[in-house]
Ligand binder design. Structure first.
Ligand code: GRF
Length: 198
């Protein structure tokens, strides 16, 4: 039974290294890929994630008003998006969108939620907080997105050690590598769950 690939939209505000790892992962699966990225959207015109998408011929959209749920929902609908993946997206997704895509909108966070998450906890602040707390390990979390930052049900996590002498930057690099392994594989299993017979 063949099924058409689940259609994924990636929302990103920054460099897009998670986007790149997702694109590489599904491209490597070739015709058997269970998902394909059909849209990359950003609230930032200068986001490198948009450039990465353009270089690979993937449609992009600039979100002029990220808080406008109707506009974002229309964008996702017109491209028949089944699964929304936030990858370094720093805006809160409007509730109308998180409700409409409930169970099909996910995010990657650079820490072991539920700790070290929530509003304002992003980038190197997360890793600095983990180090300041004296944690022996950190990691990456993929979770469902609801109306609050980083509060949705956890789907998958990958743990990494905190090494002696770690700085926020060295820990960030180790966690980011874990994200790049975890996110595509988690999207793969989610897509299999969403896949439908043609
Ligand atoms: C990652 O650390 C991710 O966990 C967080 O933002 C960062 C995005 O990095 N949400 P990139 O834009 O995917 O390189």
């Amino acid at each position: 039974m063949s099924s058409t690939p689940v259609r994924v939209a990636v929302l990103a505000s920054g460099s897009g290294s998670n986007l790149e790892s997702i694109l590489d992962y599904f491209e490597a699966l070739g015709a058997d890929r269970p998902a394909e990225v059909v849209l990359v959207a950003s609230d930032r015109a200068d986001a490198r994630a948009l450039e990465r998408a353009r270089l690979r011929g993937i449609p992009t959209e600039l979100l002029e008003r990220p808080s406008d749920g109707d506009a974002l929902g229309a964008l996702l609908d017109v491209r028949r998006v089944d699964l929304v993946a936030l990858a370094g997206y720093l805006k809160l997704v409007p509730a109308s969108v998180t409700r409409r895509w409930h169970g099909a909108i996910v995010n990657v966070h650079p820490a072991l939620l539920p700790r070290f998450g929530g509003a304002g906890m992003y980038g190197r602040r997360v890793h600095a907080a983990v180090l300041a707390a004296g944690e022996r390990e950190s990691g990456a979390t993929v979770h469902f997105v609801d109306e609050d930052y980083d509060r949705g049900e956890i789907i998958a996590q990958e743990r990494v050690p905190v090494e002696p002498g770690d700085t926020a930057d060295s820990l960030a690099a180790r966690v980011l590598a874990a994200e790049h392994r975890l996110y595509p594989r988690t999207l793969h299993s989610l897509a299999l769950g969403l896949a439908r017979a043609t």
